[in-house]
Structures are given as C-alpha cells and as structure tokens.
Design a binder for this molecule. Structure first.
Ligand code: ADE
Length: 226
C-alpha cells in the first residue's frame, strides 16, 4: 500500500512510521508512507498556503491553490483510491473503517491546520472525511498517524502472526479479553486456572465470555452494532 500525506508540519510525521510495526511494514515493502510539505506548492516565495477567511472571524484557512496543485501533481503519478481529509466534523474513525481502508492500494491524506481547508477542496477532491474523536487537535497530522497505524497493522504480512489482528478489540464488535504472562503468581495475584489448563476449547470459551463481559461492562453500545 502507498500512502501519501500532505502536511504543513511534516516534522510531526517523522517518527510515527519509523519504529516498531510500521517500520517493519516499510522494510518488508508492504507500506510506503511519503510525506509532502504543502509549502512546496505555496502561492508565493514566502511559502504562503493560508489566508484570512471570507466573512471575517479569527483563524486562517488553507487556500485552494496549493492543495489543488499538490493533489493534481501527486495524482499524475499515483491513481488514488481515496483522498481523505482529517477534520473534527468528519465521520468517526473505527475498526470497520480501518478494515475497509486496509484493502486499498493508494491513499492520499490531507492534514488540515488553522481553521481547516477551503470548502471547495473538500467539495471537489476529497472522497472521505475522517475524525478520530470528538475533540479538536491542532492539526490533522496526529489523526493521520493514528489512521495509518490502524490501517498498516491490518495489511496481510505486516504482523508476524497474521491472525492476531483478527482477535484485536473491536473486531466482531467485542473488546479483547484480559491477557496474562509469567509469573503464574505475582505477589498473591494468580493467573486464572483455565489459562494454565492446556485445554484449548475451555480457554477459547473463557476468552469469549470475558470479552463479552468486558464489552457489556465498558462498551455496551458495541453489542448493538451490526
Ligand atoms: N483535526 C483536528 N481535530 C481532529 C480530529 N478530532 N480528528 C481528525 N482530524 C482532526
């Protein structure tokens, strides 16, 4: 999968894809992330990419021209399946969306800043708008990092044990069950006997019950989802 990201603060995206699972995905050639500085397409030599909003009001708006030039230039080399804009008024990101996006080949992500981007770019180029939660970030970069991470780990071959992503929280609308590792007893806190029993059927049943219990307690809304 190829992911291109347009940003005015590309430095914010230097680290998230350079470590751990995302690094391995890149090394295996399964995920290529390229970050582009929007100022490359600035409207003047001062690097201008934003301007005051029509109608008045505090805060700058990212201009059409740099964004459109960036999108059109990058689109000559890559046929993007989706052009995604990160914004608090987008659709809430969730695991089904991550699953869906992980099947795409080429994505272009646009990180907004200030008051956001000129609506005409949203109207004419953006195919999907994503929010990572009901709070306002200073820009779309951290949202982009969250989404790329969530998608990247789902690409077949990225995780060592491919099946493990299938058992993540939210797959099947259930939170993940509790997990334990050595030692069997820490202080006087013991690992549940069933996990030491070696009986895989019983362990699976226990895990399912625990997942269901946790979901009922913490996120009952998930159980109503299709
Ligand atoms: N940009 C600013 N806030 C955001 C949010 N909550 N989700 C996605 N992009 C954003």
């Amino acid at each position: 999968m190829n992911i291109h990201i347009i940003s005015v603060v590309p430095e914010l995206l230097e680290s998230p894809f350079s470590h751990s699972i995302m690094k391995r995905a890149a090394e295996k050639g399964l995920l290529n992330v390229t970050v582009h500085h929007l100022r490359k397409w600035a409207v003047n030599e001062y690097g201008m990419v934003d301007d005051y909003q029509f109608g008045g009001g505090a805060g700058m708006v990212m201009m059409c021209e740099p964004l459109v030039k960036a999108i059109e230039e990058l689109s000559t080399e890559t046929n993007f399946d989706e052009i995604i804009y990160f914004t608090p008024d987008g659709n809430r990101f969730d695991q089904p969306t991550a699953n869906e996006l992980s099947l795409k080949g080429n994505l272009l992500l646009i990180c907004g800043h200030y008051k956001g981007i000129d609506q005409r770019v949203r109207d004419h180029f953006v195919t999907r708008e994503i929010s990572i939660g009901d709070y306002v970030l200073s820009g779309g970069e951290l949202a982009a990092a969250v989404v790329v991470d969530a998608i990247g780990r789902l690409i077949p071959g990225v995780l060592n044990d491919e099946t493990s992503a299938l058992f993540d929280s939210f797959q099947d609308n259930l939170l993940a069950p509790p997990v334990y590792t050595r030692p069997e007893v820490y202080r006087d806190w013991k690992v549940p006997d069933v996990l030491l029993s070696g009986n895989h059927k019983l362990i699976e049943e226990w895990r399912y019950e625990q997942a269901l219990h946790r979901t009922k307690e913490k996120r009952p809304d998930l159980l109503d989802r299709e």
